[in-house]
Design a protein around this ligand. Sequence first.
Ligand SMILES: Nc1nc2c(c(=O)[nH]1)N[C@H]1C(S)=C(S)[C@@H](COP(=O)(O)OP(=O)(O)OC[C@H]3O[C@@H](n4cnc5c(=O)[nH]c(N)nc54)[C@H](O)[C@@H]3O)O[C@H]1N2
Ligand SMILES: Nc1nc2c(c(=O)[nH]1)N[C@H]1C(S)=C(S)[C@@H](COP(=O)(O)OP(=O)(O)OC[C@H]3O[C@@H](n4cnc5c(=O)[nH]c(N)nc54)[C@H](O)[C@@H]3O)O[C@H]1N2
Ligand SMILES: [Mo]
Length: 644
Amino acid sequence: MRNRDRTPKTYTRLTHPLVRDSRDEPFRRASWEEALDRAARELSAARDAFGMFSCARATNETNYVAQKFARVVMGTNNVDSCNRTCHAPSVAGLSAAFGSGGGTSSYEEIEHTDVIVMWGSNARLTHPVFFQHVLRGIRNGARMYAVDPRRTSTAEWAESWLGPNVGTDIPLAHAVGREIIHAGLVNEAFVERATTGFEEYAALVEPWTLSLAEKVTGVPAAAIRELAHAYARAERAQLCWTLGITEHHNGTDNVRALINLSLLTGHVGRYGSGLQPLRGQNNVQGGGDMGAIPNRLPGFQDILDPTVRLKFESAWDTVTQPHYGLNLTEMFEAMEDGTLRAVYCIGENPAQSEADTEQAVRRLRALDFLLVQDIFLTRTAELADVVLPATAGWAETEGTTTNSERRVQRVRRALAPPGEAREDIDIIRDLAARLGHDFAYADAEAVWNELRSVSPDHYGMTYERLERHQGIQWPCPSTSALEPPFLHGRLWEPDPSLRGRPAPFGIVRHDPPVDLTDEEYPLRLTTGRRLDSYNTGVQSGGFASPLRRGEYVELSPEDAERYGVVVGEEVRVTSRRGSVVAPVWIDTGLRPGLAFMTMHFPDEVDTNALTIEANCPIAGTAEFKASAIRIEKLPLVTVVPYVR
Ligand SMILES: Nc1nc2c(c(=O)[nH]1)N[C@H]1C(S)=C(S)[C@@H](COP(=O)(O)OP(=O)(O)OC[C@H]3O[C@@H](n4cnc5c(=O)[nH]c(N)nc54)[C@H](O)[C@@H]3O)O[C@H]1N2
Ligand SMILES: Nc1nc2c(c(=O)[nH]1)N[C@H]1C(S)=C(S)[C@@H](COP(=O)(O)OP(=O)(O)OC[C@H]3O[C@@H](n4cnc5c(=O)[nH]c(N)nc54)[C@H](O)[C@@H]3O)O[C@H]1N2
Ligand SMILES: [Mo]
């Protein structure tokens, strides 16, 4: 249903548990006793068919307890979070290259580097705090390159903007790599010492001449050459990327293609040089570190490693499952075939954030039991059987979160929770108790200390030290020392026994977007973010912003003219999966053939009705960044006022 007035929907805070006996009934207010009893009953009936979505906005402590609930109480590794829709390809790519999925550098180093490459990232709008460090870096003399099909406001700050066609980052990266090799700019000592597979890589990129790359990517050969020379000649260089790279059906391959450039030049493992996949949600890094992912126990320790499992079995007095669980994408598939029957969804709104929402909602509806724990009554919560009101991980809860530079920081309760809302860890604890497990933590610090006892990377971070140092980066194995701010310094060790495993070049090939444009669907739609709104709008819809202008389908001036549409005119936007009506906006940063929409106003315009669920086979991330669409004028012209 279309909300005609297009005022962003306002969600009100959940203040008490909600229950219903059947999905045809409306919710009724329930006591905590009743809601938790019901949830415990239903979950114990679904023991072999259970999945958990954990919250990337909640604290590390919440994520630790949530994954422990899945593993210890429900006996499954089916636990995941929005990292799957987001940076799972970065984690997979970095792990394959270096054995660890974290961004390698720190924010401080961005200020002391010579070249900053922002690849598929609109950080000026999406990571405004980080971008302050970029601006300081530029002020200190760094040159910034922006690689984005749209000339974004991040690109406005760049020395040079490279605008590849959507889904052509591998050809572009390979051409940069080939140019570095042909210009004799390879850091041979580093390649020799710290990498493997150079010969194969050189053969792989050899066909990607500047002129072929120009043809495929649309970026002028001279601009590709300039980027290659600037990056390779720099004393220090930072390569930053985000969803323009990861949200593709081959996201992990894209990430590997970028990592290859750092291996060629030795721009990793040294102060000022590194790889920075800026993580999205405030604690998506921490959620993964805490084990709220299907293949790692807390401290990013591999579930397949028997010594790791033994340690957790003794710490938790339980038996662990010696195989990886289902990731978020696979859990949705398992809902389809009926092998996943119950979901405990903590702080996620997949009914609106998954690609192809019609399919996602149908799958959620098919569950026997859906338990949602959130701070608002989301569209996902509206599909649930039981809804539990939590406190916000930000400002209402004690604990810690971890940012993109791996820095763990304290968060504190500044506000009293509304109504009967309770902290996530207390709710999970009480549910565990009903299912026969004693998670009797006195407070968040007790949870944190348990994590420290099982995760060597976090062992040195007591709450007291976190406070004293204003946050500490992992790894932090010692309670008395701090590690360097960057990872993988070992790669530079002259002594091979200290150097550890060399980093392999990724042998990855160009693979264009799955949803092809053709005569019927001639426009390439890419989706993303704006400054004034947050994800599915649940948390930002309620606050007026003079910047906010609701959902629009953004077109290039050329396309607007071709279709004969004006700003504010409503058009029908159709993909092979769905159709929505949205007003037009004209953006001079778009090239002909490229359209842009956000995911921020799904109640007014359900952008994800259009997107394709074509997933990266390694990471499970969907191709949110490349759909094929057509737009049609409506018979009756409605012009939506765009100033409010
Ligand atoms: N204001 C605001 N900030 C946010 C959020 C928010 O909702 N609002 N959400 C947070 C979250 S969860 C995340 S994950 C981050 C995401 O932060 P970003 O990744 O910076 O945000 P997006 O706008 O999704 O995508 C970034 C860019 O990718 C480009 N792009 C699209 N296709 C391609 C391609 O094929 N190649 C290349 N090179 N680029 C491409 C788009 O044009 C876009 O400018 O932001 C976080 N910060
Ligand atoms: N078309 C398109 N779709 C996309 C993307 C895109 O670029 N384009 N990006 C994808 C990305 S990167 C992401 S991260 C996802 C985001 O997808 P989601 O994570 O599903 O969306 P959010 O709106 O961030 O939902 C967060 C929920 O957490 C709740 N919450 C906040 N704090 C707390 C807390 O402390 N405790 C509890 N229990 N709940 C809390 C909020 O009320 C909200 O309902 O969307 C993905 N979908
Ligand atoms: Mo994200």
